[in-house]
Design a protein around this ligand. Sequence first.
Ligand code: B12
Ligand code: SF4
Length: 335
Amino acid sequence: MNVLLIYPNVTHQEALSPGIGYIYGWLKKKKRTYNIKLFDFTWGATVKECYKYIISFNPNIIGFSISTFDFHFTKTLIKGIRKINNALIVLGGIHPTVAPEESIQHADVICLGEGEEAFDELIEKLNSNENYSNIKNLWVRSGDKIIKNELRDLNQNLDEYICERDIFDVDKYVTGRFSLLDVYAGRGCPYNCTYCVNFYKRNLCKGKGKFVRMRSPENIIGEILDLKRKYNIKRVSFQDDTFTFNKNWLLKFCNLYSKEVKLPFVCNARVENITEEVAKALKDANCNGLLLGVESGSERIRKMILNKPITNEQIISAFQLCKKYGIETLSFNMV
Ligand code: B12
Ligand code: SF4
């Protein structure tokens, strides 16, 4: 069974796809013996090169990881692929999750939400010639019919999932970002800002278990030490939507991190989480940058429209505390 993963990465940002890392990590963990390859557009590969690669590799299944930015390009790519290969075309990532009706028009299968188990089940069934139309999290196109399977329960033990990066040319990514790699400490966000994808994701997973989940600090630190050993990383960026919402978890994490890792790191945070105690713990752990969502200068708009009821005082206090502890800040603002 030949499995090809494609990262269209139209914006060419030099950050590898965690979606691909996690689904590949799951297949590796399950010791699947398929031949798994990646075609990565990050470094300027052309469509022609991709087609050439597909002809030589001859995949049975092709899985794309796409955001909405990637969708238009991916549609065109798929049209060409259909002419040279009969692989089952699967779309996963944020775009098929938020726009499934549109996505399924251009694929055989799409994955909504988390894809580790669903993609694995799909390949297993395809490999043994079994019916794959009833796999949870997947929509499957069968002629004119679309089979829309429900979502499975969310895995509450995120330590079971491992982001395996070795399918990527990791050294290139590490060099491109000055010795930095992204790490994911958890999934979901407890807040409910109206404009955010988490608002949609939480509704999608309603009734499927706790939406916000964190990995154990020990597990994350194990991953980072491994990245340090393998790729000599010098900095870490936590890409979680909100790294700081759970104070007990955060303090435990910072304590352990400061003893065992100490690499400088940056993370996203909510202003109201940044108390003196938290700012100090972050600094002691070697956090040198916080990215904070301000969004609007109007308290009324934040509260009434965005459902982000942070006060002006909380914003000022968070930025002042960061200044006091020598943590650089960046704010996200809507224009
Ligand atoms: C980390 C992150 C990034 C990273 C990594 C991007 C990437 N390719 O995944 C970086 C910094 C590079 C980035 C860049 C951008 N991002 Co961004 N990013 C995020 C963030 C904060 C977290 C994503 C996350 O949790 N990943 C963790 C992994 C485990 O989850 P996952 O990627 O969804 O993967 C799971 C499933 O989707 C599925 N899956 C994924 N791929 C596949 C493939 C197959 C075959 C299958 C079966 C399943 C599957 O299984 C995975 C494991 O469970 C989200 C917000 C959010 N909460 O989703 C925004 C978000 C995805 N980003 C967004 C945007 C807009 C961008 C940019 C366009 C920004 C810009 N203007 O440049 C670029 C696009 C880059 C790109 N080509 O993807 C939007 C996307 C909106 C949309 N409709 O597309 C989001 C939702 C933020 C928002 N605005 O609300 N981003
Ligand atoms: S706090 Fe940030 S990640 Fe969480 S819901 Fe609001 S905008 Fe989204």
